[in-house]
Design a protein around this ligand. Structure first.
Ligand code: CA
Length: 174
């Protein structure tokens, strides 16, 4: 009787802590698009992030960062501003975030890759597995042909770090 009870508790515990076979899904868009997007210096644009935790409720580091022509910047949630270098935006438990909007304007000419990612190792640097999505913005002097590049294209949402994100990790772990 007692043995059965122990086994039952063990099973319940296992299921309670088991992670579903799905991954945390961050998403980032610019003006509601997956990008890439070509804009001019005078354009204001909105970066929108959202997060589907798939029911995973771990402590996490949240990263809203951008690789710019003049280095990495990260958005600091507490200060409400962009800061030079890599750093976590926010530390706290994962939760479903329907949308969070950042309005940005007056960026110098150049190419910017914005990332939104989360990792569950609380140590101030991005770690694998890093769940992320990214969007590219190209700021030009003025409107030229192909003002909107690749509107509506969808790149596969990153489930774990790979490809382009290697530069993100390499920068954090030189
Ligand atoms: Ca980390």
């Amino acid at each position: 009787m007692r043995k059965s009870l122990v086994i039952a508790i063990a099973f319940i515990t296992m299921f309670a802590f088991a992670e579903p076979g799905v991954c945390i899904s961050p998403e980032i868009t610019v003006n509601g698009l997956d990008g890439p997007l070509r804009l001019t210096r005078n354009d204001t644009f909105s970066i929108m992030i959202s997060l589907d935790t798939q029911g995973i409720e771990k402590e996490a580091e949240w990263w809203i960062v951008t690789n710019t022509p003049f280095g990495w910047y990260h958005y600091n949630y507490e200060l409400g501003m962009w800061i030079s270098g890599l750093g976590p935006t926010y530390r706290g438990k994962l939760f479903d975030l329907p949308s969070y909007v950042l309005n940005i304007s007056n960026l110098p000419i150049g190419k910017y890759t914005f990332y939104f990612g989360v990792d569950t190792t609380i140590d101030g640097v991005p770690n694998e597995p890093l769940y992320f999505d990214n969007v590219i913005i190209d700021i030009k002097e003025d409107y030229t042909a192909n003002f909107l590049l690749g509107v509506g294209t969808t790149d596969p949402q990153g489930c774990v770090s790979q490809g382009v994100l290697k530069e993100f990790l390499a920068s954090a772990h030189p």
